[in-house]
Design a protein around this ligand. Structure first.
Ligand code: DHB
Ligand code: FE
Length: 290
């Protein structure tokens, strides 16, 4: 192995109340135990399959980026990312250490591959990024490896299409494979599943849509990528649109490489679905690359 490669993709919801439950020591209360139980296997799996770097696709919730500046896609190129204060103080979790060299390389490669990324040299990270880390790693003194934050706008319209997200994942895979250091890279797609936080439909959960989404993400990502964004909003709720970010991680798996004649699907190591956590359905998948 002389170049970097993508070894696995991980998908998970990012509910802020999950972070609060951990930070306040409530993880053994029955309501929360039912959520965390879905990640017991995952924490063990991550310890047994440690990546050198995690590229973490998430959305900022108007914490790092206000409505004054809204990048569709932004990659964090800093050496360190502080924990954002979302209004009640930063979460008491370790700072996120970046990987500036790989991040700059991915920016170079993906931009030359025709995707317009914003370069973020300073980026406080909110629950969209820290809650997935907490779910997968628990409460360590430091996170197990460097993390490259990759922020996607799903907060202010217009949002990127699933088709573009899948193609971006394909470009990220090409970028990683061109990096001439033998790094094991995991790509995580986060946010979702169905939830709506506002208006008359607040509290919306759609189990049938969520489970069909998981099925198609595994077996038919190219077909799923054709789903128009309005279908996400109608079926999964206004915040359910966060799910398009899962297609970036899925596009980076080897069977999604365009033009493959005999694509070998990734191995499903873990699948979990649970309702409720705060206002959302929690979904989680681990796919190992073929
Ligand atoms: C909730 C879910 C989210 O995705 C989010 O960003 C904020 C709040 C919730 O369920 O409360
Ligand atoms: Fe969110």
């Amino acid at each position: 192995m002389t170049h970097a490669r993508i070894t696995a993709s991980v998908y998970t919801s990012h509910v802020p109340a999950i972070g609060a439950a951990l930070d306040l020591g409530k993880q053994d209360e029955p309501y929360w135990r039912a959520v965390f139980a879905g990640y017991d296997f995952s924490q063990q799996w991550l310890r047994e399959n440690p990546p050198d770097v995690i590229l973490l696709v998430y959305n900022d919730h108007a914490n790092a980026f206000s409505l004054e500046l809204i990048p569709t896609f932004a990659i964090g190129t800093a050496a360190e990312f502080p924990i954002a204060d979302e209004g009640w103080g930063p979460r008491p979790v370790p700072p996120v250490m970046g990987h500036p060299e790989l991040a700059a390389h991915i920016a170079q490669s993906v931009i030359q591959d025709d995707f317009d990324l914003t370069i973020a040299n300073k980026l406080p990270v909110d629950h969209g990024l820290t809650v997935p880390l907490s779910l997968m790693c628990g409460q360590p003194q430091r996170w197990p490896c460097p993390v490259i934050p990759f922020a996607v706008n799903v907060v202010q319209y217009p949002v990127p299409s699933g088709r573009r997200c899948l193609a971006l994942g394909q470009a990220i895979r090409r970028a990683v494979e061109r990096y001439d250091e033998p790094l094991k890279v995991q790509i995580w797609g986060t946010g979702g599943m169905s939830h709506q936080l506002q208006g008359p439909r607040a509290g919306l959960i759609n189990r049938a849509f969520d489970n069909a989404f998981l099925d198609r993400l595994i077996a038919d990502p190219a077909g799923l990528a054709q789903l128009p964004h309005i279908d996400y909003v109608r079926e999964a709720g206004s915040e359910g649109i966060e799910l398009v970010m899962w297609l970036i991680a899925r596009g980076a798996m080897s069977d999604a490489v365009p033009g493959k004649t005999h694509p070998v699907p990734p191995r499903v190591r873990h699948r979990f679905y649970h309702v409720p956590a705060s206002n959302t359905a929690v979904g989680h998948l681990i796919l190992e690359d073929a």
